[in-house]
Design a binder for this molecule. Structure first.
Ligand code: BTN
Length: 332
């Protein structure tokens, strides 16, 4: 188990300072006012966390590789948000980050609390479908939002989150990401990420909302084969190279805070053009599953309140508030 004190981060800072050169155990001990055994214990803690450190009997220690962990010690110093992720909880393994966020909500955790796991044992998607959550390959994150909003606006949170994620995938990674309303992030017709929004409400207000996001980051093609509803992809598969999850998470939190603040101050209407621009279904013929019926038609766009406008096959305009797009023209 990693030690509870923060000495290992001080050791790490000194290793980083001298990398790629060795620094002696004695020099570290003097700088940090620790014994050489204390230094060795902290080195072991860092190795347990995944840092690659060479040790040499005469030359000391040398940092050769840093892990792509989403631990607070790595994320918080680089976080550029004002409120999202300022309370940040990281788990090596958990059932579901959404479940954990629910527990934090019950304890009165602050607006913007973020829960991240390296691995989920019961990660879930919409309709209680399982969500593949292998250790270290993906991002599994939930965000707790406690600013009250009208219940009817709660589904818009999925659209706000989808817009934020699509934007960073396009701008930071040059990927043609798009949103299959309401919660799938696709590259072409392959699913890269999904969003699960859950809430607690009274009659007219959402008391809190949890946005859970799962992103396939470094999954290999083999890991993505399986009985999925849609063919899946990952950032590494799309880009042909592994991606640092830290960078993806940091930019997602930054952009999501920005889009959420824009939504809260200007309303959904202000995001409408961007939401339509990020859509994978606009102008396409789709089938939408809503309640116990299926409806097909051409997606005309979204209303300023967030409804999906469909021109049905018998030429009537319908607005769908809650549903799941099951088929899109031109997709496998
Ligand atoms: C979907 O596409 O149906 C939504 C998938 C949402 C998965 C994420 S992973 C983090 C959070 N915790 C969960 O158990 N689910 C969401």
């Amino acid at each position: 188990m990693p030690s509870n004190d923060s000495n290992h981060w001080n050791v790490l800072a000194l290793l980083k300072e001298s990398a790629p050169e060795f620094v002696s155990g004695n020099a570290l001990a003097v700088r940090l006012n620790l014994t050489r055994t204390g230094i060795w214990k902290n080195i072991r803690t860092l190795i347990t966390l995944g840092y690659h450190i060479d040790s040499h009997p005469r030359r000391g220690y040398r940092l050769v590789g840093v892990p792509d962990l989403l631990i607070p010690e790595v994320i918080l110093p680089s976080l550029t948000t004002s409120w999202l992720g300022r309370a940040y909880y990281h788990h090596s393994q958990i059932t579901s980050t959404n479940d954990c966020a629910l527990q934090w909500a019950a304890k009165g955790a602050p607006h913007g609390t973020v829960i991240v796991a390296e691995q989920q044992t019961q990660g879930r998607g919409r309709m209680r479908r399982p969500w593949l959550s292998q250790a270290g390959s993906g991002i599994y994150v939930s965000m707790l939002l406690t600013r009250p909003i009208p219940v009817r606006d709660a589904p818009l949170m999925t659209m706000v989150a989808a817009l934020a994620l699509t934007t960073i995938l396009r701008e930071n990674f040059g990927l043609a990401a798009a949103v299959k309303w309401p919660n799938d992030i696709l590259i072409g017709s392959r699913k890269l990420a999904g969003i699960l929004t859950e809430m607690q409400s009274d009659q007219d207000r959402a008391i809190f909302i949890i946005i859970g996001i799962g992103i396939n980051v470094n999954h290999t093609q083999d890991q993505l084969e399986g009985p999925f509803r849609y063919p899946a992809t990952s950032l590494a598969v799309e880009l042909g190279t592994p991606v640092r999850r830290q960078d993806v998470l940091l930019s997602l939190l930054h952009r999501l805070e920005w889009e959420y603040d824009r939504f809260m101050t200007e309303g959904f209407g202000a995001l409408l053009r961007d939401v339509e621009e990020a859509s994978a279904i606009l102008h396409k013929v789709v089938t939408v599953h809503c309640g116990n019926r299926e409806i097909s038609g051409r997606a005309l766009g979204f209303t300023p309140e967030g409804g999906l406008k469909l021109l049905t096959l018998d030429n009537k305009e319908e607005i769908i508030w809650v549903g799941d797009v099951t088929q899109v023209e031109g997709f496998d």
